[in-house]
Design a protein around this ligand. Structure first.
Ligand code: FAD
Ligand code: NAP
Length: 542
């Protein structure tokens, strides 16, 4: 696989656009910008493209949106020439795909790898951004775009003694490229979100002893992954335009029909039969989309949550372990649910143990292992599956300064504020891709990335054609949008959970519901209307 080592020679040029990040968002943005004749430079910390799929190489990593849906839709030839092998592609296959996209569209020459953007400041006199990197680059650009990812700023747990452990530690979001052999080892995994739940069954296959430290049990549904049949691949390839169109105008950006019934419109036996169908379906939509009030009515949600708890109790033999694995502190779906292969059954294996941190919290990490309040454990390796500073982390890691030197981090001290998740008042000619305030992580991200890239590039083209030098979100438009995002969020159960959607996993992060829950189709309509009205809510200056 091609890995680039650009970045040795610092650049001092000016560009039309500087982009941070060479995941699917940064790559597609670069492709569209070049097609429109803009000069662009992409900076990427990693040595290769792929973003999420470059960094998250832990065992078992794969997508949980079906591969055919989780792929680029912008080029019909690309769609036809690429053939996914499994219903849910593995990380290596998705990374191969990302590299194929980079090669096919000749993107690498405009991406500088091994380079972290440190700061970006808007120069009001020149009406340009000044960008600095850790390789000594100092470049200027008319427009500056953060395609830096919603789940790219990984987070170690705040546990005393974390640096004292004598053996190796690994974070799922920064897994070593050469792989890790855990054969015969005593391994600890801390964290039971999607990354933990995907990796735990595979680590259990290798390890001599596996101890899983769980703070909050999560809902997980069987993926029922399998190879794709030639006939279904042929069908998808024949119908891609129709399928993509459906996804773009759907709620979650997937091939999922929206339910039209409340959970209480049917009797309990019929409802449970529907949930069983959802459980068997091998996707999250089967249960999340069973009834239309599961995410808005706690009593309705209780019916599906209890169905899943029943399944956990059926699978896990030891009733005490089963009970500890049953999520009870949040409604199903309000923390990102997981798709797994044999996750719950893994706890029936003799060498796998669950430690429930709600009853025995971790006191400290020691040179030899982990001490809880009641027991000392010895380990050869510790895996942190402890997640990310989601949606805002990678953005505020860069010192971004707008009008009057205002820092974005300071502006967002009480919570992220954007207009449409695309622009920020006080930060002209600055855009975020899948930023806070957009559907983003609540959707099939490929669909949301493409919608943002297309909206931003159409906007830049419009500005150029009308000789507009700057575009800036208006404070009142930003206020109205933030209020709308909160109002719509408050109609749902999401704010009731301590989730990363709420910033709750990062100590000190303001508790704000970050994504927009209005749905990708509705949101696309709103963004299109804003563009059609001559960019209502933005000030355009020549
Ligand atoms: P990323 O892929 O995160 O790329 C951002 C890039 O920006 C990174 O490579 C990073 O190194 C770079 N960067 C950040 N800051 C800087 C800086 N200051 N300077 C230089 N470079 C910088 N979504 C789905 O829809 N379906 C799924 O099944 C799914 N599975 C996932 C599985 C995992 C393990 C994870 C972590 C996420 C998953 N996601 C999924 C979400 C996933 O992040 C998106 O689908 C998508 O890959 C994001 O692409 P992106 O280009 O926006 O960001
Ligand atoms: P996550 O969902 O945030 O899970 C992190 C886990 O670590 C949680 O169980 C958390 O417990 C625990 N944790 C954090 N700090 C801890 C501490 N100090 N002590 C003990 N436990 C601690 O992170 P993730 O699993 O990496 O997933 C993040 C997101 O990436 C997912 O929600 C999903 O959107 C995406 N993803 C998708 C897939 C996929 O299937 N395609 C795979 C991986 C990731 P609490 O819940 O108590 O905070």
């Amino acid at each position: 696989m091609a890995e680039d080592q650009h970045g040795a020679t610092p650049t001092t040029n000016g560009y039309d656009v500087v982009v941070v990040g060479a995941g699917f968002a940064g790559m597609y943005l670069l492709h569209r910008l070049r097609k429109l004749g803009f000069s662009a430079r992409v900076y990427e910390t990693g040595t290769g493209v792929g973003g999420t799929w470059y960094w998250n190489r832990y065992p078992g990593a794969r997508c949980d949106v079906q591969s055919i849906e989780y792929s680029c839709s912008f080029d019909p030839e690309l769609e036809q020439e690429w053939t996914w092998s499994e219903k849910f592609a593995t990380q290596p296959e998705i990374l191969r795909y990302a590299n194929h996209v980079a090669d096919r569209f000749g993107l690498r020459c405009d991406i500088q790898f091994s380079t972290r953007v440190l700061s970006a400041a808007f120069d009001e006199q020149r009406r340009r951004w000044a960008i600095r990197t850790d390789r000594g680059d100092e470049v200027s650009a008319q427009f500056y775009v953060m395609a830096s990812g919603c789940l790219s700023s990984s987070k170690n747990p705040e546990i005393p003694g974390i640096d004292t452990f004598a053996g190796p530690t690994y974070h799922t979001g920064h897994w070593p490229h050469e792989g890790v052999d855990l054969t015969g080892k005593r391994v600890a995994v801390i964290g039971t979100g999607s990354s933990g739940i995907q990796s735990i069954p595979i680590i259990a296959d290798q390890a001599a002893q596996l101890t899983v430290f769980q703070r909050t049990p999560n809902f997980s549904v069987p993926a029922r992954n399998r190879p794709l049949e030639p006939a279904e691949i042929a069908d998808a390839k024949a119908r891609y335009p129709e399928l993509r169109d459906f996804m773009r105008h759907s709620r979650g950006g997937q091939l999922r029909q929206m339910p039209d019934k409340s959970a209480f419109e049917v009797a309990a036996p019929q409802r449970n039969a529907r949930y069983l169908e959802g459980w068997e379906a091998g996707n999250l939509g089967g249960l999340l989309g069973a009834y239309n009030d599961l995410m808005t009515d706690k009593a309705a949600n209780d019916t599906v949550s209890e169905f899943i708890r029943g399944k956990i109790r059926e699978i896990v033999h030891d009733p005490q372990v089963a009970e500890a694995l049953c999520p009870k502190d949040h409604p199903f779906g309000t923390k990102r649910p997981c798709l797994d292969t044999d996750y719950y059954a893994t706890f029936n294996r003799d060498h796998v143990r669950l430690v429930d941190l709600r009853s025995t919290p971790i006191a400290t990490i020691t040179p030899s292992g982990i001490d809880t309040t009641t027991e000392s454990f010895a380990f050869d390796a510790i895996v942190f599956a402890t997640g990310f500073d989601a949606m805002t982390g990678a953005i505020v890691n860069v010192d971004i300064r707008g009008i009057d030197g205002l820092g974005l981090k300071d502006k967002w001290a009480e919570g992220a504020r954007t207009y449409l998740g695309l622009g920020v008042a006080g930060f002209p000619n600055f855009f975020t891709i899948t930023g806070p305030g957009s559907p983003s992580v609540l959707s099939n991200m490929m669909v949301s990335i493409e919608q943002h890239v297309e909206w931003i590039t159409d906007c830049l083209d419009h500005l150029r054609r009308h000789a507009v030098a700057t575009i800036a979100a208006e404070p009142h438009a930003e206020n109205d949008w933030v209020q709308h995002v909160n109002e719509v969020g408050d109609l749902t159960l999401y704010p009731t959970a301590n989730s990363w959607y709420m910033g709750a996993n990062v100590p000190g992060k303001p508790r704000v519901f970050l994504p927009y829950v209005g749905g990708v189709g509705t949101y696309r309509g709103i963004c299109d209307e804003v563009a059609a009205s001559g960019y209502k809510g933005f000030v355009l200056s020549s």
